[in-house]
Ligand binder design. Sequence first.
Ligand code: TRP
Length: 447
Amino acid sequence: MEKQLKSHGAWIGKWTFILAATGSAVGLGNIWGFPYKAGTNGGGAFVLIYLLCIIIIGVPIMISEIIIGRRAGNSPINAMKKTAIDSNSSHLWKLVGWSGITAGILILSFYSVIAGICLNYIFISATSSEILSSSEQFGAVIESPLNLIFWHTVFMLLTFLIVSAGVKNGIGRMVKILMPMLGFLLIFMVTYAMFNGAFVKALNFLFAPDFSNVTSETFLSAMGQAFFSLSLGMGSIMAYGAYMPKDQKVVPTSFTVASLDTLVAMLAGLAIFPIIFAFNLEPNSGPGLVFVSMLSAFNQMQFGQLIGPVFFVLLSIAALSSSISLLEPGVAYLSEEGYLSRKNSAFAISFFAWLLGLGTALSFNVLSDFNLTPDRNFLDSMDFIANQILLPLGGMMIAIFVGWFVKKDLIINEIGYVNPVIYNLWRFFIKFIAPTSVALIFISQVL
Ligand code: TRP
């Protein structure tokens, strides 16, 4: 007989899923990652390729994750298993769920360290330093293991508290507070940049494509970014889908979440680049763009000690609404199996991720010369294993599973009526385009 799994409850109304999934999607990937990647990959051309990836790979996989999750109402491991068994396929498809949960823990471990730096910057940007330049300030932040570990602990604790409070009272309630705040702060930042920065120059940079510098690397980077930004390939969206009301439409909802995520990435670019250009800073400075270049701008601008903290609060909120979705799939699994209560599951997994995060925190300083995998320090190794191996692999397997293995009537049952043109396009993308493109990124990154 099949074992009875514990239920997690469901979200009330259709907005909770949209807010939670958008909260998961919108994170450091949008506000920290997207602008610097667009900046180093030549601006508009990268943005265009990124949009293409969202439409032909991102949205189809998001639809698939929601179908699997909502149908089962369980954590990704059990959702994959149930759907596979109901389609007369091997229960080993649950391994995709396992790989996702592993990826989630690895990502959470370093995500929390970077998000901790964002928390730290709320205070750093509030006081201007006359003695240190912004790059020296960043250096001072990452040089101190204790400082990094302190903020990493604070961030992980916040993530733990929200997830342990449950689906309805923790995650559901928090996203209703955090997401409107995020929207408000972002609009404030863009408006500020519009009136006080080099807005036209930023528009040109982001939206006038220059294809002269596009290489295969640009495609890979845009595709990887699309995956990460939409939270795909590890089960965040699948787990959230499990709590989505049955009468909510999967396809339009996926479009809404993907559009909001993309909108936020663009708006983040429009909040950051006008300021960067106004202070004659370089748009292609890489990962230090928000911590070094933006801090330098805040140090120089009038009211910078007020605007700076607003910006870093925005970044921290975005990170928190994402980190909870990295923790949830594993917690859902442990608690639905009845191994541990939700609180203890959340504690066990976040503690483990916190421990792993120590390696990342130390990779900025005392362990900077230590390579966990060849030529990659601890942080880069975690990032590599999760983002460049487990996520693309997970995404590809989900696409293959839904495209080729899941019974058609299960799918139709879950998505309800959709325009036949859209449905057939989705089938085509999920069967052929998504798996081959992801296989391409995957192969070329591993080689
Ligand atoms: N999408 C988030 C961001 O842009 C990060 C994130 C949350 C994520 N859950 C995920 C990335 C699952 C990959 C997979 O910052």
